[in-house]
Write a protein that binds this ligand. Structure first.
Ligand code: NAI
Ligand code: NA
Length: 396
């Protein structure tokens, strides 16, 4: 069929298999051009189909020739409907890995469940023996706790005070004021349950118990800090409490890994357009100013640039991994540079519907958003009739 983007609010209902493949091919090409990394050999990526997790899988496989197992939760194509983008991304990844003779297998299901953890461990035992790197890159609005059976939903709200600021509808370019009422105590607990570190720790404990982690195995989860203007809604809001919890969990996991001389790290990444970040008020306006500023300074990066820099200049270097005072890896260093943030503070005051096209990178935002769903890529003929019924080879 001929597939066009069908937008509804912050999501796109369709995705394009050829465009998603192009996205994966571009990321592979970028990684290969950077040369070989003396890096991980056998990698498990939890949340491997989009965003930072997909880029982590690509960097491992095509940067370090690593065998990868990817876990994700994506919708297959069905009765005339396209699959979710992560499905097509994973199909393309598997195809390219097979072409290159690199081991890759994928598991589609709920990573929070005991069943998917068991399935993953069985696959590791059968095919790889032991894993030396575990990347935890889940982003989800909901989680069913496997022990209690209770389903929790995360929220994006400020804590203790009403928050008002500017935001942009990136489809229309209209800048308006948004006001968000403070959360309840329950909201905080639910958000920490979904996006905090509990599930990461359950994964690592299960992998240790099954004896499928190699000596000196490393694990990593992704966090975000961000600027002053988003503080009340992000880092000091409900999601920030979940990130505090995730970061604290890294130290607990570090202790679990002591007998193996392994290590657990948080990497603080840059703000980027993903399905998750587009739904957070204020963030799209911040990102459009950030993109403009970083592109002008020739500092702009997407997921694949970020993760390549993470592997090549932080994780797999001769010296010790450089950490901040709270023990975190920082690849948001360019975003947080003083000159970048000073510029954004200046632009923030000027931003309105009429100035934004000039002072912000709204087009960059929109194009990145379309790209998430496989639309807007050069070299893809969107008028062509394409097969949406794509299988993922290597799906277990
Ligand atoms: P994303 O939405 O692109 O990727 C989420 C991944 O998790 C997908 O592979 C999806 O299939 C998988 N997933 C979701 N629920 C699942 C479930 N129940 N079972 C199995 N897989 C499931 O998200 P993104 O943006 O790459 O986020 C990854 C991490 O990076 C998150 O911790 C996020 O907070 C963090 N981060 C994101 C930033 C951003 O600007 N987007 C900035 C810094 C950190
Ligand atoms: Na991800």
């Amino acid at each position: 069929m001929i597939i066009e983007p069908r937008m509804r609010g912050f999501i796109c209902l369709t995705s394009h298999p050829v465009g998603c493949e192009k996205n994966v091919l571009n990321q592979i090409e970028y990684t290969r051009k950077k040369g070989i990394i003396d890096g991980p050999k056998k990698v498990l990526v939890i949340g491997a189909s989009t965003g930072f997790g997909l880029s982590s899988r690509i960097t491992s496989a095509f940067g370090a020739n690593a065998a990868t197992i990817g876990v994700f939760f994506e919708k297959p194509p069905s009765s005339g409907k396209t699959a979710s983008p992560g499905w097509y991304n994973s199909a393309a990844f598997q195809k390219e890995a097979a072409n290159a003779g690199i081991y890759a297998k994928s598991i589609n299901g709920d990573a929070f469940s005991d069943a998917i953890k068991k399935k993953t461990i069985d696959l590791i035992k059968q095919d790889l023996g032991k894993i030396d790197l575990v990347i935890y890159s889940l982003a989800s609005p909901v989680k069913t706790n496997p022990k209690t059976g209770i389903t929790h939903r995360s929220v994006l709200k400020p804590i203790g005070q009403t928050f008002s600021n500017k935001t942009v509808d990136f489809h229309t370019g209209i800048v308006s004021d948004v006001t968000i009422e403070p959360c309840s105590e329950e909201d905080i607990a639910n958000t920490v349950e979904v996006m905090g570190g509990d599930d990461w720790k359950l994964w690592i404990q299960a992998l240790i118990d099954a004896d499928v982690l190699a000596d000196q195995a490393m694990t990593l989860a992704y966090s975000y800090i961000g600027p002053q203007v988003t503080k009340a809604i992000y880092r000091e809001g409900t999601i920030g409490k979940a990130k505090d919890h995730l970061e604290a969990t890294a130290f607990e996991i570090q202790d679990l890994l002591k007998p193996l001389e392994g290590s657990a790290f948080i990497s603080v990444n840059k703000a980027l357009v993903t399905q998750a970040s587009s739904a957070i008020p204020v963030i799209p306006l911040y990102i459009s100013l950030l993109y403009k500023t970083m592109k002008e300074k020739d500092l702009h990066e997407g997921c694949i640039e970020q993760i390549n820099r993470l592997f090549r200049e932080r994780l797999y270097i001769k010296d010790e991994i450089p950490l901040d005072t709270k023990g975190r890896i920082r690849i948001d260093d360019w975003e947080m540079r003083e000159d970048v943030q000073n510029e954004i503070t200046k632009l923030w005051k000027l931003a309105d519907t009429s100035t934004l096209p000039e002072i912000g990178d709204l087009n960059g935002y929109k194009s990145d958003f379309l790209n998430l769903f496989g639309f807007g890529f050069d070299g893809v003929d969107y008028n062509e009739d394409v097969n949406e019924n794509i299988d993922i080879n290597g799906l277990v």
